[in-house]
Write a protein that binds this ligand. Structure first.
Ligand code: HEM
Length: 141
């Protein structure tokens, strides 16, 4: 189920969280760039710095309810060369980054949201069961 995230009203706390979100996303992409599985995909992103800003906007919307992100995350992943194992690694690296950079409450919220989205993305991208019994983009022959 979609995690519910209560609003934060305090302006100083929101400012601190925006900085922590930026830190979290940068740590995540630094780890991803060095990762054998995700590195080639992340390093191929055109305008990586701008992309990091877009993803920070996404987490700002998710955790703080801002309107900084207006995109469609699923659509950005349809044509990427990714398989279920990429999502497992993505979530591992994101969880480590969130625990390093965010306060405990926001780290838990972000990880729950990310876990939910990895499930949703995979249901959309791999709707079939392949001949090997694993989730697949195409039906078993
Ligand atoms: C297999 C795991 C994943 C990989 C390898 C991956 C990689 C990427 C790449 C390469 C892009 C840039 C696409 C482009 O601009 O053409 C992107 C965009 C994005 N990803 Fe992921 N991603 C993964 C999973 C996720 C998950 C689980 C989330 C959400 C929690 C997420 C959130 C986003 C967002 C918000 C964008 C920006 C979309 C936009 O431009 O509006 N990604 N991702």
């Amino acid at each position: 189920m979609e995690p519910v995230i209560p609003p934060i009203e305090d302006g100083a706390e929101r400012d601190r969280l925006e900085i922590a979100i930026d830190d979290c996303v940068r740590r995540f992409y630094a780890k991803g760039a060095e990762d054998p599985l995700l590195g080639p995909i992340f390093m191929a992103i055109d305008g990586l710095d701008q992309h990091i800003g877009i993803v920070a906007n996404f987490w700002s919307r998710t955790l703080l309810g801002t309107e900084r992100y207006q995109g469609q995350p699923f659509a950005a992943h349809i044509n990427l060369p990714i398989e279920p194992q990429h999502f497992t690694r993505w979530l591992e690296l994101f969880s480590v980054s969130a625990n390093e950079a965010l306060p405990k409450t926001q780290a838990e919220q972000a990880i729950a949201k990310a876990a939910h989205m990895t499930q949703c993305f995979q249901s959309g991208l791999f709707p079939f069961v392949g001949a090997d019994g694993k989730a697949s983009r195409v039906p078993a022959p």
